[in-house]
Design a protein around this ligand. Structure first.
Ligand code: C5P
Length: 221
């Protein structure tokens, strides 16, 4: 069945400090959203892309994206936006959930996630080792623990799922997860990791945006 990629971009993206919502920030002549979508289509393994945006940005997104990309309205929380995307793709067999902020994700990584699903895995996430030591802290900033770094991974997207499993996760699990695999984990299902790519980093802060522009070989916006 079809491989469908969801791109939830219905948040405000205030951390980047740009005047437009994060997905519409321009990076080397193309919006981050457009770059993310072009990467998915360019992987050659995605049949349909569904982009989820705020109500006010539906027309802007349609104008920015190639014909054939579905644009739907998101919800209050990220989970609501993903649910809206799933509802727009009822025939999906495999679902990728990608982040527009990972605008420089190599298409080869997207293809590797799908290959892993086609090999029979039901939940797949790209990860990289962390180089910083990571600590947990309480609300006052006092350290409460130091998880062994060797057991930690930074998680990227696209995250790939058997469509029925992801639909079940979004139906049965309440509360927030910062990623989609987190909901699948709460169902007690196994999530497999594959090796991610440095270029799939999340463009979140002005520093990240500057790095992205350097990587594209352009100094300014
Ligand atoms: O805040 P965070 O970076 O984790 O958000 C991840 C993605 O979820 C962003 O691309 C954001 O646009 C999206 N999102 C959404 N709908 C919301 C909130 C966030 O699609 N209501």
């Amino acid at each position: 069945g079809p491989v469908v990629a969801l791109v939830p971009a219905a948040g405000r993206g205030v951390r980047l400090g740009e005047p437009v919502p994060k997905a519409f920030v321009e990076l080397g002549g193309r919006s981050m959203l457009r770059r993310a979508v072009d990467g998915l289509l360019g992987s050659g393994v995605v049949d349909t892309v569904v982009v989820i945006v705020p109500d006010a940005l539906v027309e802007a997104a349609r104008a920015d994206l190639p014909d054939g990309v579905l644009v739907v309205v998101g919800g209050e929380e990220r989970a609501d936006s993903v649910r809206a995307g799933l509802a727009a793709a009822p025939d999906a067999a495999l679902v990728l959930v990608h982040d527009a902020a990972r605008a420089l994700t190599p298409p080869s990584l997207i293809a590797r996630v799908v290959a892993e699903l086609q090999a029979g895995r039901t939940a797949v996430v790209p990860v990289l080792p962390v180089s910083d030591t990571i600590k947990t802290v309480d609300v006052l900033g006092t350290v409460t623990g130091t998880p062994p770094r060797s057991e930690l991974r930074a998680v990227q997207t696209p995250q790939g799922f058997d469509a029925d499993l992801l639909r079940r996760a979004y139906r049965d699990v309440n509360g927030d997860a910062t990623d989609d695999a987190g909901l699948v984990e709460r169902l007690g299902e196994q999530v497999r990791t594959i090796v991610g790519e440095p270029e799939a980093f999340k463009i979140t802060t002005p520093w990240d945006l500057a790095l992205a522009r350097v990587l594209l070989g352009q100094a300014g916006p």
